[in-house]
Design a protein around this ligand. Structure first.
Ligand code: NAD
Length: 246
């Protein structure tokens, strides 16, 4: 399937492109999405029941073991051609805002700067009890403690049911209102409030382009749906942008 000419044209004409990525953008790096079966040790656990404050309060050591396993998995993974294509897109568009729901740091490792980490990061811990300021603190202790208040540390990710970090939410809201192309990549469009950003953008006249291997709730209202793998379609998109116009 080729990339529709209208999608290329919208990107060529764009002043500000907002890219929102989800776990599908990292799937080809070998990082499983939440909707894929967990493997090995964790196959009997449901991520929706581990990634919550209640799960942490019930059994912090179990939740920490899961996050340490995910950290190791991600540390062994490499960015894929989709991550690199997005890092290259910045040179072809006057303004690009990259917002990711991923916590794996792979966009940054591929060379993207100023990535808005909507759901935090696997590689920064936070104090569970207080708003202690920690500089990207991570620990390998079984139950790490806050160096400032002595309370429990927790992974610095946004769990289900938790608010988005205000700075990320403000940046996402502003970019959604300002962009003229909204490119959704490898996200199920089921997790809110990220799932609502495309609607804000479309409501202000932006062209919505979706890249996903499957249909999602966003597909029906997208102007262009590119069905396929992010690691293949994004480099193809970049190639099309580089071809001289006639
Ligand atoms: P999701 O797991 O709900 O959905 C993934 C989407 O990616 C699906 O729609 C699927 O069809 C699509 N997909 C899978 N492989 C693809 C590919 N190769 N190319 C294009 N699309 C592909 O993920 P979500 O929407 O990001 O939401 C789940 C939450 O889980 C998010 O908060 C996310 O932060 C978190 N999560 C993050 C990671 C990570 O950091 N890599 C991994 C798992 C889950």
């Amino acid at each position: 399937m080729g990339i529709p000419a209208g999608a290329i044209e919208a990107l060529r004409d764009a002043r500000h492109v907002l890219v929102l990525t989800g776990s599908g953008a990292s799937a080809e790096s070998g990082v499983p999405t939440f909707r894929e079966a967990q493997t090995g040790l964790w196959e009997n656990f449901n991520p929706m029941e581990l990634a919550t404050p209640d799960a942490f309060l019930r059994d912090p050591a179990l939740v920490w073991r899961w996050y340490r396993w995910r950290r190791e998995l991600v540390a062994r993974a490499e960015p894929n051609p989709g991550h690199y294509a997005l890092a290259g897109l910045v040179d072809r568009i006057p303004q690009l805002t990259l917002i990711t729901q991923n916590v794996d740091g792979l966009h940054q490792r591929a060379g993207s700067h100023d990535v808005v980490e909507f759901h935090g990061s696997l590689f920064a811990d936070r104090c569970f009890d207080n708003d202690c300021h920690l500089d990207a603190h991570t620990s390998d202790d079984e139950l790490p403690r806050c160096p400032q208040c002595g309370g429990l540390l927790r992974p610095g990710v946004v769990w289900f049911g938790e608010p988005i970090p205000p700075a990320a939410l403000d940046a996402a809201d502003a970019a959604s209102r300002d962009c003229d192309v909204f490119l959704s990549v490898g996200t199920s469009s089921l997790v809110w409030p990220a799932a609502g950003l495309a609607e804000i953008a479309a409501g202000r006249g932006a062209t919505v382009i979706e890249i996903n291997i499957d249909a999602t709730p966003l597909s029906g209202s997208s102007h262009f749906v590119l069905q396929g793998k992010a690691g293949e379609l994004l480099p193809e998109l970049l190639d099309c942008l580089d071809v001289e116009e006639h």
